[in-house]
Design a protein around this ligand. Structure first.
Ligand SMILES: Nc1ncnc2c1ncn2[C@@H]1O[C@H](COP(=O)(O)OP(=O)(O)OP(=O)(O)O)[C@@H](O)[C@H]1O
Ligand SMILES: [Mg+2]
Length: 457
Protein backbone atom coordinates (compact mmCIF):
# COMPACT_ATOMS: atom_id res chain seq x y z
CA UNK A 1 0.00 0.00 0.00
CA UNK A 2 1.44 3.34 -1.01
CA UNK A 3 0.97 6.20 1.37
CA UNK A 4 0.02 9.04 -0.92
CA UNK A 5 -0.54 11.57 1.80
CA UNK A 6 3.20 11.75 2.46
CA UNK A 7 4.09 12.40 -1.15
CA UNK A 8 5.24 15.95 -1.78
CA UNK A 9 4.76 17.52 -5.21
CA UNK A 10 8.03 18.06 -7.05
CA UNK A 11 6.74 19.78 -10.15
CA UNK A 12 8.39 23.08 -9.23
CA UNK A 13 11.81 21.52 -8.81
CA UNK A 14 11.77 19.56 -12.04
CA UNK A 15 11.55 22.65 -14.11
CA UNK A 16 14.99 23.78 -13.08
CA UNK A 17 16.78 20.53 -13.91
CA UNK A 18 18.36 22.10 -16.99
CA UNK A 19 19.88 24.77 -14.76
CA UNK A 20 21.44 22.68 -12.01
CA UNK A 21 24.84 24.20 -12.74
CA UNK A 22 23.57 27.70 -11.91
CA UNK A 23 24.19 28.57 -8.27
CA UNK A 24 23.73 32.32 -8.29
CA UNK A 25 24.50 35.44 -10.28
CA UNK A 26 28.26 35.22 -9.75
CA UNK A 27 28.75 38.87 -8.77
CA UNK A 28 31.61 40.41 -6.82
CA UNK A 29 30.79 42.32 -3.65
CA UNK A 30 30.87 45.60 -5.58
CA UNK A 31 28.13 44.29 -7.85
CA UNK A 32 30.26 43.74 -10.96
CA UNK A 33 30.05 40.37 -12.67
CA UNK A 34 32.92 37.92 -12.89
CA UNK A 35 33.35 36.55 -16.40
CA UNK A 36 32.36 33.19 -15.03
CA UNK A 37 31.01 32.65 -11.55
CA UNK A 38 28.39 30.55 -9.74
CA UNK A 39 28.00 28.55 -12.95
CA UNK A 40 27.12 31.65 -14.94
CA UNK A 41 29.24 32.45 -18.00
CA UNK A 42 29.19 35.76 -19.85
CA UNK A 43 25.94 37.78 -20.13
CA UNK A 44 27.63 40.14 -17.68
CA UNK A 45 25.49 43.25 -18.18
CA UNK A 46 22.26 41.35 -17.60
CA UNK A 47 23.72 39.66 -14.52
CA UNK A 48 24.76 43.00 -13.08
CA UNK A 49 21.31 44.42 -13.77
CA UNK A 50 19.76 41.44 -11.99
CA UNK A 51 22.13 42.09 -9.09
CA UNK A 52 20.69 45.60 -8.78
CA UNK A 53 17.19 44.12 -8.78
CA UNK A 54 18.21 41.75 -5.97
CA UNK A 55 19.57 44.67 -3.94
CA UNK A 56 16.37 46.63 -4.47
CA UNK A 57 14.27 43.67 -3.36
CA UNK A 58 16.41 43.21 -0.26
CA UNK A 59 16.00 46.91 0.51
CA UNK A 60 12.23 46.46 -0.05
CA UNK A 61 12.26 49.23 -2.63
CA UNK A 62 11.10 47.11 -5.49
CA UNK A 63 7.56 46.09 -4.72
CA UNK A 64 5.01 46.88 -7.36
CA UNK A 65 7.60 47.10 -10.08
CA UNK A 66 8.24 44.84 -12.97
CA UNK A 67 11.26 43.75 -14.93
CA UNK A 68 11.32 42.14 -18.35
CA UNK A 69 14.13 39.83 -19.43
CA UNK A 70 14.09 40.07 -23.20
CA UNK A 71 16.31 38.15 -25.57
CA UNK A 72 16.48 35.29 -28.00
CA UNK A 73 15.92 31.66 -27.08
CA UNK A 74 18.67 30.03 -25.03
CA UNK A 75 20.25 33.28 -23.92
CA UNK A 76 19.82 32.51 -20.24
CA UNK A 77 16.63 34.34 -19.28
CA UNK A 78 15.19 31.50 -17.23
CA UNK A 79 18.63 30.85 -15.76
CA UNK A 80 18.89 34.51 -14.69
CA UNK A 81 15.54 34.41 -12.94
CA UNK A 82 16.57 31.25 -11.12
CA UNK A 83 19.83 32.87 -10.07
CA UNK A 84 17.90 35.84 -8.68
CA UNK A 85 15.85 33.47 -6.55
CA UNK A 86 19.04 31.80 -5.30
CA UNK A 87 20.56 35.15 -4.38
CA UNK A 88 17.44 36.07 -2.43
CA UNK A 89 17.61 32.94 -0.31
CA UNK A 90 14.79 30.88 1.10
CA UNK A 91 13.24 33.56 3.31
CA UNK A 92 12.03 35.64 0.38
CA UNK A 93 9.20 33.99 -1.53
CA UNK A 94 9.89 33.21 -5.17
CA UNK A 95 7.03 31.95 -7.27
CA UNK A 96 7.86 30.79 -10.80
CA UNK A 97 5.12 30.19 -13.34
CA UNK A 98 4.90 29.90 -17.09
CA UNK A 99 2.46 32.18 -18.90
CA UNK A 100 0.40 29.28 -20.19
CA UNK A 101 -0.20 27.96 -16.67
CA UNK A 102 -2.98 30.43 -16.05
CA UNK A 103 -5.28 28.72 -18.53
CA UNK A 104 -7.42 26.09 -16.92
CA UNK A 105 -10.97 24.99 -17.32
CA UNK A 106 -11.57 25.06 -13.60
CA UNK A 107 -10.09 28.34 -12.48
CA UNK A 108 -10.46 31.74 -14.08
CA UNK A 109 -7.15 33.00 -15.46
CA UNK A 110 -7.19 36.17 -13.39
CA UNK A 111 -7.92 34.00 -10.37
CA UNK A 112 -4.87 31.86 -11.16
CA UNK A 113 -2.76 34.99 -11.51
CA UNK A 114 -4.05 36.35 -8.23
CA UNK A 115 -3.19 33.11 -6.47
CA UNK A 116 0.37 33.29 -7.74
CA UNK A 117 0.66 36.94 -6.77
CA UNK A 118 -0.20 35.95 -3.22
CA UNK A 119 2.27 33.09 -3.28
CA UNK A 120 4.93 35.70 -3.97
CA UNK A 121 4.12 37.90 -0.96
CA UNK A 122 5.60 36.76 2.31
CA UNK A 123 4.72 37.64 5.83
CA UNK A 124 7.11 37.29 8.73
CA UNK A 125 5.15 36.90 11.92
CA UNK A 126 6.71 37.42 15.31
CA UNK A 127 4.68 36.39 18.27
CA UNK A 128 5.42 36.28 21.96
CA UNK A 129 4.26 32.89 23.09
CA UNK A 130 4.03 31.25 26.43
CA UNK A 131 6.15 28.13 26.09
CA UNK A 132 7.80 25.35 28.00
CA UNK A 133 11.28 24.95 26.65
CA UNK A 134 14.18 22.76 27.66
CA UNK A 135 16.14 19.59 27.20
CA UNK A 136 14.05 16.45 27.59
CA UNK A 137 15.35 14.45 30.52
CA UNK A 138 12.31 12.23 30.95
CA UNK A 139 9.64 11.17 28.47
CA UNK A 140 7.22 8.57 29.76
CA UNK A 141 3.74 7.91 28.44
CA UNK A 142 1.43 6.85 31.27
CA UNK A 143 -0.85 4.03 30.33
CA UNK A 144 -4.35 3.33 31.61
CA UNK A 145 -6.99 0.69 31.07
CA UNK A 146 -9.02 1.41 27.99
CA UNK A 147 -12.09 3.22 29.37
CA UNK A 148 -14.23 1.71 26.62
CA UNK A 149 -13.43 -1.76 27.88
CA UNK A 150 -11.84 -4.41 25.76
CA UNK A 151 -8.22 -5.26 25.63
CA UNK A 152 -5.28 -2.97 25.13
CA UNK A 153 -4.32 0.13 26.95
CA UNK A 154 -4.54 3.78 26.10
CA UNK A 155 -2.22 6.62 26.94
CA UNK A 156 -3.75 8.71 29.67
CA UNK A 157 -0.96 11.18 30.21
CA UNK A 158 2.52 12.07 29.14
CA UNK A 159 5.09 12.73 31.81
CA UNK A 160 7.69 15.08 30.43
CA UNK A 161 10.58 16.59 32.31
CA UNK A 162 12.33 19.58 30.78
CA UNK A 163 15.64 21.03 31.91
CA UNK A 164 16.82 24.56 31.23
CA UNK A 165 19.85 26.48 32.47
CA UNK A 166 17.83 27.73 35.44
CA UNK A 167 16.04 24.60 36.55
CA UNK A 168 13.86 21.63 35.67
CA UNK A 169 10.14 21.19 35.43
CA UNK A 170 8.07 18.07 35.38
CA UNK A 171 4.93 18.32 33.25
CA UNK A 172 1.91 16.07 33.11
CA UNK A 173 0.49 16.51 29.64
CA UNK A 174 -2.55 15.62 27.63
CA UNK A 175 -2.34 12.57 25.29
CA UNK A 176 -2.89 14.85 22.28
CA UNK A 177 0.46 16.45 23.02
CA UNK A 178 2.00 12.98 23.08
CA UNK A 179 1.00 12.64 19.43
CA UNK A 180 2.66 15.95 18.58
CA UNK A 181 5.77 14.84 20.44
CA UNK A 182 5.86 11.59 18.51
CA UNK A 183 5.42 13.38 15.22
CA UNK A 184 8.51 15.46 15.89
CA UNK A 185 10.36 12.25 16.85
CA UNK A 186 11.39 13.68 20.16
CA UNK A 187 13.75 11.56 22.26
CA UNK A 188 15.50 12.02 25.55
CA UNK A 189 18.30 14.55 25.16
CA UNK A 190 16.50 16.69 22.57
CA UNK A 191 15.78 20.35 23.09
CA UNK A 192 12.11 21.11 22.43
CA UNK A 193 9.47 23.67 23.18
CA UNK A 194 5.76 23.21 23.70
CA UNK A 195 3.35 26.06 23.29
CA UNK A 196 1.23 26.48 26.37
CA UNK A 197 -1.93 27.57 24.53
CA UNK A 198 -2.05 25.26 21.55
CA UNK A 199 0.06 22.32 22.69
CA UNK A 200 2.08 22.52 19.50
CA UNK A 201 5.46 20.90 19.93
CA UNK A 202 8.64 21.83 18.10
CA UNK A 203 11.95 20.04 18.21
CA UNK A 204 14.75 22.60 18.16
CA UNK A 205 17.67 20.16 17.97
CA UNK A 206 19.76 17.80 20.03
CA UNK A 207 21.24 19.08 23.28
CA UNK A 208 24.93 19.74 22.82
CA UNK A 209 25.63 17.76 25.96
CA UNK A 210 25.09 14.76 23.67
CA UNK A 211 27.33 16.04 20.88
CA UNK A 212 29.74 13.43 19.58
CA UNK A 213 33.10 13.90 17.96
CA UNK A 214 31.88 12.93 14.49
CA UNK A 215 32.23 15.70 11.96
CA UNK A 216 29.68 14.46 9.54
CA UNK A 217 26.26 14.28 11.10
CA UNK A 218 22.80 15.39 10.14
CA UNK A 219 22.00 16.32 13.71
CA UNK A 220 21.92 19.95 14.80
CA UNK A 221 23.27 20.48 18.28
CA UNK A 222 21.89 23.33 20.33
CA UNK A 223 22.75 24.58 23.81
CA UNK A 224 20.43 23.95 26.74
CA UNK A 225 18.01 26.94 26.69
CA UNK A 226 18.68 29.86 28.99
CA UNK A 227 16.16 31.12 31.55
CA UNK A 228 13.28 29.23 33.09
CA UNK A 229 11.50 26.29 31.51
CA UNK A 230 8.19 28.14 31.57
CA UNK A 231 8.62 31.49 29.86
CA UNK A 232 7.65 33.85 27.09
CA UNK A 233 9.50 33.35 23.85
CA UNK A 234 9.47 35.11 20.53
CA UNK A 235 8.55 32.75 17.72
CA UNK A 236 9.18 33.75 14.11
CA UNK A 237 7.29 32.19 11.22
CA UNK A 238 7.60 32.85 7.51
CA UNK A 239 4.45 32.29 5.48
CA UNK A 240 2.99 33.62 2.26
CA UNK A 241 -0.39 35.27 1.87
CA UNK A 242 -1.47 32.28 -0.18
CA UNK A 243 -0.62 29.97 2.74
CA UNK A 244 -2.89 32.07 4.91
CA UNK A 245 -5.65 31.96 2.29
CA UNK A 246 -5.55 28.19 2.19
CA UNK A 247 -5.28 27.79 5.91
CA UNK A 248 -8.40 29.86 6.37
CA UNK A 249 -10.47 28.66 3.48
CA UNK A 250 -12.07 26.28 5.96
CA UNK A 251 -11.27 27.73 9.32
CA UNK A 252 -10.81 25.39 12.23
CA UNK A 253 -9.04 25.80 15.53
CA UNK A 254 -8.35 29.09 17.23
CA UNK A 255 -8.13 32.56 15.81
CA UNK A 256 -4.48 33.25 16.65
CA UNK A 257 -1.87 33.24 13.94
CA UNK A 258 -0.20 30.09 15.09
CA UNK A 259 -3.28 27.97 14.80
CA UNK A 260 -3.88 29.42 11.36
CA UNK A 261 -0.42 28.21 10.60
CA UNK A 262 -0.87 24.85 12.18
CA UNK A 263 -3.30 24.12 9.42
CA UNK A 264 -0.73 24.75 6.74
CA UNK A 265 0.48 21.22 7.15
CA UNK A 266 -2.74 19.73 5.88
CA UNK A 267 -3.03 20.54 2.20
CA UNK A 268 -6.54 20.48 0.85
CA UNK A 269 -8.43 22.00 -2.02
CA UNK A 270 -11.01 24.48 -0.94
CA UNK A 271 -12.32 27.55 -2.57
CA UNK A 272 -10.65 30.83 -1.76
CA UNK A 273 -13.02 33.68 -2.32
CA UNK A 274 -12.32 37.37 -2.81
CA UNK A 275 -14.15 38.00 0.42
CA UNK A 276 -11.79 35.68 2.28
CA UNK A 277 -8.77 37.38 0.73
CA UNK A 278 -10.16 40.75 1.80
CA UNK A 279 -10.58 39.48 5.36
CA UNK A 280 -7.05 38.15 5.40
CA UNK A 281 -5.66 41.40 4.08
CA UNK A 282 -7.44 43.21 6.90
CA UNK A 283 -6.00 40.91 9.55
CA UNK A 284 -2.57 41.14 7.98
CA UNK A 285 -2.57 44.93 7.91
CA UNK A 286 -3.71 44.95 11.52
CA UNK A 287 -0.81 42.69 12.45
CA UNK A 288 1.54 44.93 10.54
CA UNK A 289 0.22 48.03 12.33
CA UNK A 290 0.66 46.29 15.67
CA UNK A 291 4.20 45.37 14.77
CA UNK A 292 3.52 41.63 15.02
CA UNK A 293 4.09 40.98 11.35
CA UNK A 294 6.25 42.34 8.62
CA UNK A 295 5.59 42.14 4.90
CA UNK A 296 8.26 40.46 2.76
CA UNK A 297 7.53 41.19 -0.89
CA UNK A 298 8.98 38.41 -2.99
CA UNK A 299 9.22 37.66 -6.67
CA UNK A 300 6.61 36.47 -9.10
CA UNK A 301 8.41 35.17 -12.17
CA UNK A 302 6.27 34.77 -15.30
CA UNK A 303 8.24 32.95 -17.97
CA UNK A 304 7.04 33.09 -21.60
CA UNK A 305 4.96 36.14 -20.79
CA UNK A 306 3.69 36.43 -24.39
CA UNK A 307 1.42 33.50 -23.55
CA UNK A 308 -0.72 35.81 -21.42
CA UNK A 309 -3.67 37.47 -23.12
CA UNK A 310 -5.08 40.99 -23.05
CA UNK A 311 -7.27 40.27 -20.05
CA UNK A 312 -4.30 39.02 -18.02
CA UNK A 313 -2.19 42.01 -18.97
CA UNK A 314 -4.88 44.42 -17.83
CA UNK A 315 -5.07 42.49 -14.59
CA UNK A 316 -1.28 42.63 -14.21
CA UNK A 317 -1.31 46.39 -14.66
CA UNK A 318 -3.83 46.75 -11.89
CA UNK A 319 -2.26 44.23 -9.55
CA UNK A 320 1.09 45.99 -9.79
CA UNK A 321 -0.56 49.13 -8.45
CA UNK A 322 -2.07 47.54 -5.36
CA UNK A 323 -0.35 48.50 -2.09
CA UNK A 324 0.86 44.98 -1.41
CA UNK A 325 2.47 43.63 -4.52
CA UNK A 326 5.54 41.54 -5.17
CA UNK A 327 8.14 42.41 -7.76
CA UNK A 328 7.21 40.81 -11.03
CA UNK A 329 9.88 39.46 -13.37
CA UNK A 330 8.75 38.66 -16.88
CA UNK A 331 10.63 36.86 -19.61
CA UNK A 332 9.99 36.62 -23.31
CA UNK A 333 11.92 35.51 -26.37
CA UNK A 334 9.48 37.01 -28.86
CA UNK A 335 10.12 39.98 -31.07
CA UNK A 336 7.12 41.86 -32.37
CA UNK A 337 4.12 39.56 -32.20
CA UNK A 338 0.40 39.54 -31.97
CA UNK A 339 -0.89 40.04 -28.45
CA UNK A 340 -2.84 36.98 -27.45
CA UNK A 341 -6.56 37.61 -27.21
CA UNK A 342 -6.56 40.36 -29.84
CA UNK A 343 -7.14 40.16 -33.57
CA UNK A 344 -4.62 42.61 -34.93
CA UNK A 345 -2.70 44.36 -32.15
CA UNK A 346 0.98 43.57 -32.35
CA UNK A 347 3.57 44.75 -29.86
CA UNK A 348 7.17 44.14 -28.95
CA UNK A 349 7.56 40.88 -26.95
CA UNK A 350 3.82 40.34 -27.22
CA UNK A 351 3.31 42.72 -24.29
CA UNK A 352 0.91 45.67 -24.66
CA UNK A 353 2.60 49.04 -24.82
CA UNK A 354 1.01 50.40 -21.63
CA UNK A 355 2.54 47.56 -19.62
CA UNK A 356 5.80 47.77 -21.56
CA UNK A 357 6.05 51.41 -20.56
CA UNK A 358 6.27 50.55 -16.88
CA UNK A 359 8.81 47.79 -17.24
CA UNK A 360 12.52 47.93 -16.65
CA UNK A 361 13.85 45.92 -19.56
CA UNK A 362 17.00 43.83 -19.25
CA UNK A 363 18.24 42.56 -22.62
CA UNK A 364 20.09 39.25 -22.97
CA UNK A 365 22.45 38.68 -25.88
CA UNK A 366 23.59 35.63 -27.86
CA UNK A 367 26.82 34.04 -26.69
CA UNK A 368 30.14 34.10 -28.47
CA UNK A 369 31.88 30.80 -29.37
CA UNK A 370 34.23 30.74 -26.39
CA UNK A 371 31.37 31.40 -23.94
CA UNK A 372 29.41 28.60 -25.52
CA UNK A 373 32.35 26.28 -25.11
CA UNK A 374 32.70 27.19 -21.44
CA UNK A 375 28.97 26.65 -20.81
CA UNK A 376 29.07 23.24 -22.49
CA UNK A 377 32.14 22.24 -20.50
CA UNK A 378 30.38 23.29 -17.31
CA UNK A 379 27.25 21.40 -18.20
CA UNK A 380 29.19 18.24 -19.07
CA UNK A 381 30.87 18.43 -15.68
CA UNK A 382 27.55 18.90 -13.88
CA UNK A 383 26.05 15.92 -15.66
CA UNK A 384 29.12 13.89 -14.75
CA UNK A 385 30.19 13.26 -18.36
CA UNK A 386 33.74 13.02 -19.63
CA UNK A 387 34.30 14.53 -23.02
CA UNK A 388 37.48 14.89 -25.06
CA UNK A 389 38.63 18.36 -26.09
CA UNK A 390 38.01 17.72 -29.77
CA UNK A 391 34.50 16.42 -29.11
CA UNK A 392 33.81 19.42 -26.94
CA UNK A 393 34.86 21.67 -29.80
CA UNK A 394 32.51 19.83 -32.11
CA UNK A 395 29.56 20.25 -29.75
CA UNK A 396 30.44 23.91 -29.29
CA UNK A 397 30.38 24.43 -33.06
CA UNK A 398 26.77 23.32 -32.99
CA UNK A 399 26.16 25.82 -30.26
CA UNK A 400 27.39 28.53 -32.58
CA UNK A 401 25.77 27.26 -35.75
CA UNK A 402 22.45 26.00 -34.43
CA UNK A 403 21.78 27.01 -30.83
CA UNK A 404 23.14 26.61 -27.34
CA UNK A 405 20.13 24.48 -26.45
CA UNK A 406 20.74 22.04 -29.28
CA UNK A 407 24.38 21.73 -28.30
CA UNK A 408 23.52 21.10 -24.65
CA UNK A 409 20.96 18.51 -25.66
CA UNK A 410 23.53 16.59 -27.69
CA UNK A 411 25.59 15.88 -24.58
CA UNK A 412 23.59 13.13 -22.91
CA UNK A 413 22.78 11.08 -26.03
CA UNK A 414 26.43 11.37 -27.11
CA UNK A 415 27.53 9.96 -23.79
CA UNK A 416 25.17 7.02 -24.23
CA UNK A 417 26.54 6.36 -27.72
CA UNK A 418 30.07 6.55 -26.32
CA UNK A 419 29.18 3.88 -23.78
CA UNK A 420 27.58 1.71 -26.46
CA UNK A 421 30.77 2.04 -28.45
CA UNK A 422 32.72 0.94 -25.42
CA UNK A 423 34.33 4.28 -24.59
CA UNK A 424 34.67 6.04 -21.27
CA UNK A 425 34.69 9.54 -22.71
CA UNK A 426 32.78 11.19 -25.51
CA UNK A 427 34.76 11.38 -28.77
CA UNK A 428 33.99 13.39 -31.95
CA UNK A 429 32.65 10.23 -33.62
CA UNK A 430 29.93 9.91 -30.98
CA UNK A 431 28.87 13.51 -31.46
CA UNK A 432 28.79 12.98 -35.21
CA UNK A 433 26.62 9.90 -34.89
CA UNK A 434 24.34 11.84 -32.59
CA UNK A 435 23.94 14.71 -35.04
CA UNK A 436 22.63 12.25 -37.58
CA UNK A 437 20.25 10.62 -35.13
CA UNK A 438 18.89 13.84 -33.73
CA UNK A 439 18.60 16.62 -36.23
CA UNK A 440 18.10 20.27 -35.38
CA UNK A 441 15.13 22.43 -36.23
CA UNK A 442 16.64 23.90 -39.39
CA UNK A 443 17.48 20.54 -40.91
CA UNK A 444 14.10 19.18 -39.93
CA UNK A 445 12.40 22.06 -41.73
CA UNK A 446 14.47 21.35 -44.80
CA UNK A 447 13.32 17.75 -44.79
CA UNK A 448 9.71 18.84 -44.53
CA UNK A 449 10.23 21.15 -47.51
CA UNK A 450 11.95 18.60 -49.70
CA UNK A 451 9.77 15.61 -48.83
CA UNK A 452 6.83 17.22 -50.60
CA UNK A 453 3.68 15.24 -49.89
CA UNK A 454 5.17 12.81 -47.39
CA UNK A 455 3.82 14.78 -44.46
CA UNK A 456 0.21 15.67 -43.89
CA UNK A 457 -0.23 19.35 -44.53
N1 LIG B 1 25.36 32.48 -19.20
C1 LIG B 1 25.12 31.18 -18.98
N2 LIG B 1 25.97 30.45 -18.22
C2 LIG B 1 25.73 29.15 -18.02
N3 LIG B 1 24.67 28.48 -18.50
C3 LIG B 1 23.78 29.15 -19.24
C4 LIG B 1 23.96 30.53 -19.52
N4 LIG B 1 22.95 30.95 -20.29
C5 LIG B 1 22.17 29.88 -20.50
N5 LIG B 1 22.66 28.79 -19.88
C6 LIG B 1 22.08 27.45 -19.92
O1 LIG B 1 21.63 27.24 -21.23
C7 LIG B 1 20.32 26.65 -21.27
C8 LIG B 1 19.32 27.57 -21.92
O2 LIG B 1 19.17 28.76 -21.17
P1 LIG B 1 17.75 29.30 -20.67
O3 LIG B 1 16.80 28.18 -20.52
O4 LIG B 1 17.95 30.16 -19.50
O5 LIG B 1 17.37 30.18 -21.93
P2 LIG B 1 16.11 31.14 -22.13
O6 LIG B 1 16.67 32.49 -22.43
O7 LIG B 1 15.18 31.04 -20.99
O8 LIG B 1 15.50 30.54 -23.46
P3 LIG B 1 13.96 30.48 -23.93
O9 LIG B 1 13.64 31.84 -24.46
O10 LIG B 1 13.96 29.47 -25.02
O11 LIG B 1 13.13 30.11 -22.75
C9 LIG B 1 19.99 26.35 -19.82
O12 LIG B 1 20.37 25.03 -19.53
C10 LIG B 1 20.84 27.36 -19.07
O13 LIG B 1 21.10 26.88 -17.76
MG1 LIG C 1 13.26 30.24 -20.76
Amino acid sequence: MVNLSEVKGTSRENRTAAHTHIKGLGLRSDGTAETAGNGFVGQTAAREACGVVVDLIRAKKMSGRAVLLAGGPGTGKTALALAVSQELGTKVPFCPIVGSEVYSTEVKKTEALMENFRRAIGLRVREMKEVYEGEVTELVPEEAENPLGGYGKTISHLILTLKSAKGTKKLRLDPSIYEAVQKERVAQGDVIYIEANTGACKRVGRSDAYATEFDLEAEEYVPVPKGDVHKKKEIVQDVTLHDLDIANARPQGGQDVMSMMGQLMKPKKTEITDKLRGEINKVVSRYIDQGIAELVPGVLFIDEVHMLDMECFTYLNRALESPISPIVILASNRGTTLIRGTQDITAAHGVPSDLLARLLIIPTHPYNPSEIQTIIRLRAKTEGLTISESALEKVAQHGVKVSLRYALQLLTPSSILAKVNGRQSIEPADVEECEDLFIDAKRSAQIVESADGAFIA
